[in-house]
Design a protein around this ligand. Structure first.
Ligand SMILES: C[S@@+](CC[C@H](N)C(=O)[O-])C[C@H]1O[C@@H](n2cnc3c(N)ncnc32)[C@H](O)[C@@H]1O
Length: 147
């Protein structure tokens, strides 16, 4: 499945993109990542997805191989691809309502019909003016589907 999937990973920050491209994190991140993996339903051993050395964890290269890392601002750029799923976690929470509206508009323009949007636990579509454009799949999981 991963082989047939193209993932676009975007951020405004060159430093964040560089870290994501390299896939190297402090070893302390392993515990949190393992918990998130298990909670998300991961069945294999999370240890299969990284190597640890010298106090750092390095994500397996096959996880990053088909990812296109790209500079993209939700404040100024428009949609650059048509996708089936947008995951944007812990970003809207830092935006003023006007910028939240713009960002969710970009997600809408990027999503194919019946495509999914997943936000962070502290985020909501409610004040964005775009709630009517989505069906709620699971409010607790912040999972929505484009109408
Ligand atoms: C708190 S981090 C969340 C990172 C990740 N989603 C997570 O949950 O671990 C917020 C990210 O939003 C990015 N960001 C801030 N303003 C942005 C913008 N206008 N467009 C795109 N990304 C932005 C920051 O550079 C940062 O990497």
């Amino acid at each position: 499945m991963l082989k047939r999937t193209r993932i676009y990973a975007t951020d405004l920050s060159a430093a964040a993109l560089e870290q994501a491209r390299e896939g190297v994190y402090p070893a302390a991140a392993v515990r949190e990542a393992t918990t998130a993996y298990v909670e998300a339903g991961g069945r294999a051993s999370f240890a299969d997805y990284y190597t640890a050395a010298y106090g750092r964890m390095s994500l397996a290269s096959f996880l990053r191989r088909d990812v296109v890392f790209s500079d993209h601002s939700l404040a100024t750029d428009s949609a650059f691809a048509e996708v089936h799923l947008v995951m944007c976690r812990n970003v809207l929470i830092y935006f003023q309502p006007k910028l939240q509206t713009r960002a969710v508009g970009v997600f809408l323009d990027s999503l194919s019909r019946r495509g999914f949007l997943c936000l962070g636990a502290g985020e909501s579509l409610l004040r964005t003016g775009h709630a009517g454009a989505f069906d709620v799949v699971d409010e607790a999981a912040r999972l929505y589907r484009r109408r």
